[in-house]
Design a protein around this ligand. Sequence first.
Ligand code: TYM
Length: 332
Amino acid sequence: MKRILSGVQPTGNLHLGNYLGAIRNWVALQRDYECFFMLADLHAITVPQEADKLRQHVRETAAAYIACGIDPEKSAIFPQSSISGHAELMWILSCHTPLGWLNRMTQFKEKAGKDKENAVLGLYSYPVLMAADIILYKATHVPVGHDQKQHVELTRDIAGAFNRYYKTEFFPLPEPVIMGEAARVMSLRDGKKKMSKSDESDYSRINLTDDADTIALKFRKAKSDMIEGISYDAEARPEVSNLLNLYASFRGITREQALAECEGKNNSAFKQMLTDVAVAHLSPITSKMRELLKETDYLDKVLARGVARAHAVADQTLKEVKELAGFLNLKH
Ligand code: TYM
């Protein structure tokens, strides 16, 4: 059976990278796969969070999933922290993960920066939790943006190490699924940096909660260059190339087709074209999200149903893993 697990950290400021790089692809895939989409709140606390805000962001992210087109009748939507198996399996997997593998993870190096001595253990061991998230559901496919590819590859290595150790084929090796022209959405202020929730400048990203005027303003102010016309060259014209990828992604066309559509346009005319497609695409999502956020009871019911479905699969996997590991299964 083909099964998907993926998730977003509920840390607020859900942006175009999360949408075009991940959530939109989930929507397309949910027809053909059994899907588990979690709110990665255990991952969120690798950096400081306020409890009330985290709770609010979990609901907000769930609302975003549904507003973007995830069907809660079809796919399970649930908070990661509601299934204790994630943390339990992480411990077992961490006993099969050499430190050398974690030392290669580029995201830890970026996030910890120069002050590695003071970085918390959770930030370092986070990829092992991500591996547990995925293989707890025996997921075969993991749709993510490009920045998470290395973590999914590590998951394959960890699952392989577990299988070899216990001489079994218990865990399938999951495939990363990276789709479309927007797998790496870059900051609107610096085309060499990825668009991110934590960037201090709100002008660096389009949030899923931005209204039409804000989107227009952010694209107008987006960095571009002095070269005439629109062309694709990720090295020499990173900002314009990023905007072109966004345009292609919103229109659902290839980069070449996008180039043909904006031939002869100058930067500001192209930015207007991009604003028009972005607003047409995003405004129904934004208004649906606003409506859903008023319906806390509905959202909580969706999450409770998601938790029940996730439990059914996760508990079975964990039971079998504990048997393999040699833990007693006592009745209480
Ligand atoms: P997170 O919350 O950073 O991002 C959620 C999803 O959005 C994608 N993404 C982007 N795609 C393109 N361009 C960008 N600028 C951009 N920024 C973010 C990410 O690749 C991701 O798919 N560790 C994960 C959450 C997670 C997870 C998992 C994902 C926890 N466990 C298991 C898959 C499977 C994270 O921090 O994503």
